[in-house]
Design a protein around this ligand. Structure first.
Ligand SMILES: *Cc1c(COP(=O)(O)O)cnc(C)c1O
Length: 308
């Protein structure tokens, strides 16, 4: 399938205006090609269209989609925030000069040494996945006498119409605290009472390659209602909310895809209205695109040696 950054000029395919024949002459094949302009333009679509005058918005690149020093350098220049899920990804982010305050540390199996690395480098936000992790984090912060901003990952039990290996919020998912857990409210109360973590709000991520906007609407409706219920039950003000990533991109001509320029303004409008209706003191709303930011910018060039 020809992507929007590809065109035929004569008998030569061009990607981002560069002839692949020329690239082959210079670098030979196989060759990984990344179109920097397309990555930057897509990031700008996210930044321009997911924007509100009622609260701050945060576009957080999920670096597991593709990361190396060069791409993370672009992330830094564009002013995006960055998700990391391991000590290795955190190391690379710091090496690339990303402001530690713009780094969000995710994952459902954070090791003690990785939490220490996050604390020592004063990263901006930890997304707590489970109570064992919370207890370890609190203990470590106590030793360092530091306070850390956190979000709590909630599994809303929303099942998307995608392959089950990329669904992350069905009831038996390994990610986050399950909405049906009857201890959930008391867990949240415990986190709020901790002197070392500052629970700003909640996070959810429903999976990858979601091409129907209605699933994100359902997710935001759920998470904002949940935030309202928790603030009423616990008498606490939550100010930060993150809806994760998963905005689908098409790989083949007939695949469904999500039109970001159309969907993001609808999404933000829905969120604004819902926050207004529930009268929540939300100051910051984030999303975490990975694949949808980088996927279309990447190609691999091969030479066909024979056809059978
Ligand atoms: C993988 C992941 C993302 C990004 O998902 P994409 O499908 O690449 O957009 C965002 N947030 C979390 C927590 C993830 O695990």
């Amino acid at each position: 399938m020809l992507r929007k950054n590809m065109e035929w000029i004569g008998d030569s395919l061009h990607i981002g205006g560069v002839s692949v024949n020329k690239l082959k002459e210079k670098y030979n094949t196989p060759l990984y090609i990344y179109d920097q302009k397309l990555f930057e333009n897509t990031a700008k679509v996210f930044m321009d269209k997911f924007k509100s005058d009622k609260f701050e918005t945060e576009i957080v690149y999920a670096s597991k989609a593709f990361s190396n020093l060069y791409v993370l350098g672009l992330v830094r220049c564009l002013g995006l925030d960055l998700d990391v899920v391991s000590g290795g990804e955190l190391y690379l982010a710091l090496k690339a000069g990303i402001n530690p305050q713009k780094i969000h540390f995710h994952g459902n199996n954070k090791l003690e040494e990785e939490l220490i690395m996050a604390i020592e480098n004063d990263i901006g936000l930890i997304i707590i996945d489970n109570m064992a992790e919370f207890h370890l984090l609190s203990e470590l912060l106590g030793k360092y006498k530091k306070k850390m901003r956190v979000l709590l990952r909630i599994n809303p039990d929303i099942v998307t119409d995608t392959h089950k290996f990329i669904q992350t919020s069905n009831a038996d998912s390994k990610f986050g605290l399950n909405i049906r857990d009857e201890k959930l409210t008391s867990y949240i109360q415990e986190i709020i009472g901790d002197p070392y973590v500052d629970l700003e709000g909640f996070h959810a991520h429903i999976g990858s390659q979601v091409t129907k906007g209605e699933f994100f609407i359902e997710e935001s409706n759920f998470l904002l209602n949940f935030t309202k219920k928790m603030s009423d039950d616990l008498g606490y003000e939550f100010t930060n909310i993150n809806f994760g990533g998963g905005f689908g991109v098409s790989q083949k001509e007939k695949d469904p895809s999500l039109d970001l320029e159309e969907f993001l303004p609808e999404f933000i409008k829905y969120i604004e209205e819902k926050i207004g209706e529930l009268d929540l003191p939300i100051k910051r709303v984030g999303i975490e695109p990975g694949r949808s930011l980088i996927n279309q910018a990447g190609s691999t060039l091969y030479t066909v040696a024979s056809v059978k």
